[in-house]
Design a protein around this ligand. Structure first.
Ligand code: SF4
Ligand code: SF4
Length: 387
């Protein structure tokens, strides 16, 4: 078992980039069993064009000199009536990269038009809603466009991939989909589902922490656990969501991504070794716990929530303001308050176990050089020292 001491994105040329995940709102036309009511509904109002343009201007002017890489999410972001205009506006304002994660429910013609303007589309495949033929048709049409554009450009100018949400009891359907995607050379990743937690009120009001009920698909029994104590959700007991066979199936496949995107620095015997790998490995191996680590969320990333609040990352470790009233970017890394770091975008943000390990990553080396006396925290202890 390795002990991870730090990690960072693989590409130094991306060090000047800032990843911005912008949740355009909760409105969605699906109601997946594993999605919380905090994440989606079918009635939330859309953001006004005025707020959208103001936010784009704030990002473009406030982060001048940085490469802005925006991922639009929701709810279902493409339901916004001015979605295409928003994408076009960001490209006109020289955003380096604009991508969207969609549930694939729009017409094929919508996606074909969108591919002309956007840099990346992720189709999330939700098995409770998708009929394979319909969404696959849109995926294959867009993939053909992407392949042609990239071939003509001679580099990867646009990206498309599919996230297959691994719904319990539907693994044979996933295998059939995987076979189709492989046949047409469509990039895909398997997503282990983090089940939804719905608050049940009133329940054991005498308990200090609120209780949540984990919604199980079909007839599986629920699991109750506490969280919301400042450390975020507790996913350690998600075992009951999948059967033993499904766990095994996921374990064998989740660690076999066919590309690397992070460098991990880990202690092995008395040495620190570095290893290139895929960020999903941390999730598959449950190595995604960084409480009290020093994290570059807020410097390498921003998150805009459905309610307009701006945070350092999707974990919302620190709130920086709102898109309505403005927000301040932090100049120092953040001390991680969460028990679990669960989002892939958050996971590949640079982090080190303590200031002692600052020499390991590119961002922490610059930080060490520029602000030795003003670090947020140096929680190195003798147990961190290699001996
Ligand atoms: S499509 Fe996405 S946002 Fe909509 S209900 Fe499903 S998981 Fe939630
Ligand atoms: S949970 Fe947030 S603060 Fe903690 S390591 Fe992940 S991105 Fe950083």
């Amino acid at each position: 078992m390795r002990e991870i001491l730090g990690l960072e994105g693989l590409w130094p040329e991306m060090d000047q980039a800032i990843k911005i995940e912008w949740n355009l709102g909760k409105r969605c036309n699906f109601d997946c069993s594993y999605c919380t009511v905090d994440t989606h509904d079918d009635s939330s109002p859309h953001l006004s064009w005025e707020v959208l343009t103001q936010t784009v201007e704030r990002l473009a002017t406030g982060l001048k000199g940085r490469r802005l890489r925006v991922g639009l999410t929701g709810g279902e972001p493409t339901l916004h009536p001015q979605f295409l205009e928003l994408v076009q506006l960001m490209k006109r304002r020289n955003f380096d990269y604009v991508g969207v994660t969609t549930n694939g429910s729009r017409q094929k013609t919508f996606y074909v038009d969108l591919m002309e303007h956007i840099d990346s589309v992720v189709f999330s495949y939700h098995m409770e809603y998708h009929r394979r033929a319909k969404v696959l048709d849109s995926i294959l049409a867009c993939n053909e466009i992407v392949q042609k554009i990239n071939q003509d450009a001679g580099f990867e100018r646009k990206r498309l991939h599919v996230h297959i949400m691994m719904l319990p009891q539907h693994f044979p359907e996933a295998e059939a989909l995987i076979a189709e995607l492989q046949k047409f050379k469509v990039q895909f990743a398997l997503r282990k589902i983090r089940p939804s937690y719905q608050r049940i009120e009133p329940y054991q009001k005498s308990m200090v922490a609120p209780f949540y009920y984990m919604v199980m698909p079909f007839e599986k029994p629920g699991v109750i656990r506490t969280h919301e104590n400042g450390e975020g959700s507790d996913y350690s007991g998600d075992g009951a969501y999948y059967s033993e066979e499904e766990h095994q199936w996921l374990k064998e496949r989740l660690t076999k991504a066919n590309f690397e995107n992070v460098i991990t620095y880990a202690q092995k015997d008395s040495e620190v070794i570095s290893q290139k790998e895929n960020v999903n490995n941390y999730l598959a191996n449950q190595e995604n716990q960084y409480k009290d680590w020093i994290c570059w969320a807020g410097i390498q990333s921003l998150f805009i929530g459905a309610d307009g609040r701006v945070a350092v990352a999707s974990c919302k470790a620190k709130i920086l303001g709102t898109i309505f009233d403005g927000f301040e970017m932090p100049t120092e890394p953040t001390k991680c308050p969460r028990r679990w770091c669960t989002c892939a975008a958050d996971l590949n943000t640079t982090k080190i176990k303590s200031a002692y390990w600052s020499h390991l990553t590119r961002a922490s080396r610059s930080w060490l050089e520029s602000s030795v006396s003003e670090r947020v925290d140096d929680n190195s202890t003798s147990k961190d020292l290699p001996c």
